[in-house]
Design a protein around this ligand. Structure first.
Ligand code: ADP
Ligand code: ADP
Ligand code: MG
Length: 649
């Protein structure tokens, strides 16, 4: 076993590798960019080496700097994680030339699978079924169009150097071919520096089912399948193992094909053989085809670990350090069912737009496996993938696992950035998915019902109002929160939720009872023995406040903004002739009298409310027509205090 390894990666996968290395007594060295100096993976590792600027090309893609860091820190091996340099054969060769071990397959195996066209040709030779199509070298557009015609529409154009769904275009009919080809080639050139494409039959009711393999350079075993059919933009969001509806016959056929693929290239370490499956008539052993092999540990490896009890990173370290394959095929079995959900900082209704932000609050449900690279206070920066965490559930059955996942997502608390959590929660409860009727088009078809961010109901709004007044967290903190110190037992608060502004009046009726007036709806919030109720619903909600941002976590995370009406009164209202009390309070002082000329911004009155004094300013130049209150008056929200003469303009 290695004494020390360096992890050439960041984020959750670097943390994941460090955790297993620690269990095995292996010392870990992290590398980091300027953007990651305080990152979780740096904090977890035994040592850390700075390797450059925030852009990947200046740090995590700098093979030379990473190898130098490994040598300087006494590491014998380099674990590449996924992404970055993990599938770069030139890097593997450089690592080996430096006398270090690359914890992964050989450069030769990576090259064999590096380009989709060559890989397909190789797999055909090895007797692995490949998707019918054209993967020749001749890239003449007219030839490609004829090939597409021969394959039969719909067809898929794919960049041979592609990955991450880039350079891929679905073409439904001949008329759209030329344009799709041009845009696929353009994207392929920009993303991979290689415009070559292949053409495939577009499989009907496609399901993405992949097989986890593990080799020692000669022999390989498989660790069963994962279903990754729930995708957006050709990118996986939910993965599970085993695949719904899988039969023993199909599993054996796919497992054997995957092992053949791995052994054909002398594969060493963890890898994944991806297949596309025609699911239009159940799962049938003659209806799966090789798509590509990912020559590394995969993002969704936890679901395989959960059903097999194998730690794949441990296997990687053991095999790379010269040990034999840790298990024979017949030793491997499936227990229960596992699901993984990828939590991203992304705006789902805006088309899954990646987002950034500083995570002000982060808390996960008990009972779920959490793989994450961030903590509260960390920033999702524009430099890297916006994944926040992977949530993995293991249950006795698929139904139980999906229900636990729904619950775990409901208890996930993330504030400070938009996330896809409510989308994921809706997705794991989507009836088609729950019934096991999955295909890669499901997310797209159901998007209209899955994407909208949930809107807070009156109960959730009542909670927000109490929280905004400092009355919710800390349980029955009525006196603490100063309610009884206040002359009026009525307080009001102005909130904004998803672009809608609304006012709430909260009246304390007894020590632990609040009457909440939301305008059209009223609720009664009570607290008994530290348990909160809204009307007759017991509410286990939590609230988090960060400046004006307030989030109510109750089944979903509902974002609110607390509006300070006084701050607004000072600045806004330019069109108004009347200066109103923005909230209930005490008129502390008046600086206006009838007939007086005032200028915009002059202080006309001082209102004492919420333990603070707030100046009420003239919104425009003008002449005071009348003063409608006197110092010492207790006024309601909205009460007119000073009226200006009508503007002659
Ligand atoms: P990448 O390298 O970008 O991951 P893949 O070849 O693995 O590209 O394909 C990505 C996704 O595109 C698959 O998971 C599947 O959803 C879809 N896909 C790929 N090939 C086909 C096909 N022939 N028919 C239908 N869908 C496909
Ligand atoms: P659990 O039921 O999972 O133990 P909670 O009671 O804290 O946990 O929250 C989830 C439950 O709360 C949901 O099943 C749902 O019935 C209820 N809930 C969550 N949000 C709302 C809401 N906005 N309006 C009404 N009920 C809600
Ligand atoms: Mg793929």
């Amino acid at each position: 076993m290695f004494d020390t390894i360096l992890i050439a990666n960041r984020g959750e996968i670097a943390c994941r590798v460090i955790e297993t290395a620690r269990v095995l007594g292996v010392t870990t060295v992290a590398v980091y960019s300027d953007a990651d100096a305080a990152a979780r993976h740096v904090a977890l590792a035994d040592r850390a080496v700075h390797i450059g600027g925030p852009a990947p090309k200046d740090s995590y893609l700098r093979g030379d700097a990473i190898i130098a860091a490994a040598r300087a820190s006494g590491a014998q091996g380099i674990h590449p994680g996924y992404g970055f340099l993990s599938e770069n054969p030139v890097f593997v060769e450089a690592v080996e030339a430096a006398g270090l071990t690359f914890i992964g397959p050989s450069a030769k195996a990576i090259r064999a699978m590096g380009l989709k066209d060559a890989a397909k040709a190789l797999m055909e030779e090895a007797g692995v079924p490949v998707v019918p199509g054209y993967h020749g070298a001749d890239q003449d557009p007219e030839l490609l169009a004829r090939e597409a015609e021969a394959i039969g529409y719909p067809v898929l154009i794919k960049a041979v150097a592609g990955g991450g769904g880039k350079g891929m275009r679905l073409v439904e009919a001949p008329g759209g071919f030329a344009e799709a080809l041009e845009s696929a080639q353009g994207e392929a050139q920009t993303s991979f520096g290689n415009p070559a494409v292949l053409i495939e039959k577009y499989v009907q009711k496609p399901r993405h089912i992949e097989v986890q393999v593990f080799g020692d350079g000669t022999h390989a075993v498989h660790l069963f399948e994962r279903d990754c059919s729930l995708q957006r933009r050709h990118q996986k969001v939910i993965e599970e193992a085993p695949a719904p509806g899988m039969t023993e016959e199909m599993r054996t056929a796919m497992g054997d094909a995957a092992v053949r693929a791995a052994e054909a290239i002398g594969y060493s370490g963890a890898g994944t053989v991806e297949f596309i499956v025609d699911g239009s008539d159940g799962l049938r052993p003659d209806r799966f085809w090789f798509m590509e092999m990912n020559t590394r540990l995969q993002v969704e490896h936890p679901v395989t670990e959960e059903i097999t009890g194998v730690d794949l990173v441990e296997w990687q370290l053991r095999v790379a350090s010269g040990e034999a394959l840790p298990a024979r095929q017949e030793d491997l079995t499936i227990t229960g069912h596992s699901v993984e959900a990828r939590i991203y900082a992304e705006d789902v209704p805006a088309g899954f737009l990646p987002s950034t932000g500083t995570i002000s609050h982060l808390k996960f449900a008990d009972g779920a496996r959490v793989d994450t690279g961030v903590r509260a206070g960390d920033t999702i920066s524009p430099w890297y993938d916006p994944m926040i965490a992977k949530l993995t559930i293991h249950g006795p059955t698929r139904g139980a696992a999906l229900r636990s996942m729904e619950r775990a997502l409901g208890w996930t608390e993330i504030a400070g950035t938009v996330t896809n959590v409510s989308f994921l929660k809706a997705l794991v409860a989507e009836p088609g998915f729950v019934a096991g009727d999955v295909d890669t088009g499901l997310v797209g078809r159901e998007l209209d019902t899955l994407a909208p961010a949930p809107v807070a109901c009156p109960k959730a709004r009542s909670i927000a109002a109490l929280a905004a007044l400092g009355l919710w967290d800390g349980a029955a903190g009525v006196t603490d929160a100063g309610f009884t110190l206040w002359a009026p037992l009525l307080r009001s608060v102005l909130l904004e939720h998803r672009g809608e502004e609304f006012a709430v009046k909260v009246a304390a009726a007894g020590a632990e009872r609040f009457e909440v007036d939301l305008g059209e709806v009223q609720t009664v919030v009570t607290c008994h023995d530290g348990l909160w109720w809204v009307d007759d619903t017991k509410v286990l909600a939590r609230t988090v406040r960060d400046g004006d941002d307030l989030t109510v976590f109750w089944g979903n995370g509902y974002p609110f903004r607390v509006i300070d009406p006084l701050a607004r009164a000072e600045g806004a209202g330019a069109s108004s002739d009347v200066i109103e009390a923005p909230m209930p309070g005490l008129v502390k002082a008046l600086y206006a009298e009838a007939g007086q000329a005032v200028k915009a911004g002059d202080r006309l009155a001082v209102l004492e409310a919420m333990k603070m004094e707030h100046g009420l300013l003239a919104a425009r130049d003008g002449v005071v027509a009348e003063v409608l209150c006197k110092a010492g008056d207790q006024v309601e929200a909205g009460a007119p205090l000073v009226r200006l003469e009508e503007d002659p303009d």
